[in-house]
Design a binder for this molecule. Sequence first.
Ligand code: ZN
Ligand code: ZN
Length: 124
Amino acid sequence: MRCYNHPDLEAVGICLGCGKALCPRCSQTTDPGILVCSENCGVRANSGFEMVNQIRQKTLNQNKVGGIFCFLGGAIFIFFGLFNLTKPHFFHLAIFLFATGISVIITGVMFLKVAKKSDHPTKA
Ligand SMILES: [Zn+2]
Ligand SMILES: [Zn+2]
């Protein structure tokens, strides 16, 4: 890969603002060590990073909601499992409902674990 401005020089990286290949002479690094070609691109790259952080935060909330829904769904399955356990003919169904309920709750626990892990994102 060659530098966008100097076709005879080998590029060392890509500008995160505009995507141009850059040689050491053309590249600048901004605050958190982002490679860019100009100040304008630095601003653009930084706002891009902020957007990624916001999206991350949103997914995080969805993980929490997903976890809570899994708990509720699992509880309903287990409830119906208990309900059917009293009827001998539905014993297999009851076991199936139990198993489903428990696996759904485990999924919910995993969701919440992911949410908890990224609850304190390291500041860039
Ligand atoms: Zn650029
Ligand atoms: Zn260059």
